[in-house]
Ligand binder design. Structure first.
Ligand code: ZN
Length: 77
């Protein structure tokens, strides 16, 4: 059995078998060279990874606070 990979443009949905041709095609939507497009994808991925790390850290902080801090009612006011 042979498998075939199809690349789909995230902007217009066009389908292609060749990954490099698809990169050229997607880059053209943004008036970018393939190198600019590749760099942009790389940076977007970096931002995505940072966002995942951030939300994981926020959750760990919230869990820590839930387990380790006892909030008391303040009756002074
Ligand atoms: Zn397209």
């Amino acid at each position: 059995m042979k498998e075939e990979t199809i690349y789909i443009c995230e902007t217009c949905g066009k389908r292609m078998k060749n990954q490099y041709d698809m990169k050229l095609h997607e880059a053209a939507h943004f008036d970018n060279t393939p190198e600019q497009y590749h760099k942009r994808m790389e940076l977007q991925n970096e931002v995505g990874q940072a966002a995942i790390a951030y939300s994981s850290a926020v959750k760990r902080l919230a869990d820590f606070e839930k387990d380790n801090i006892n909030f008391t009612e303040d009756d002074d006011e």
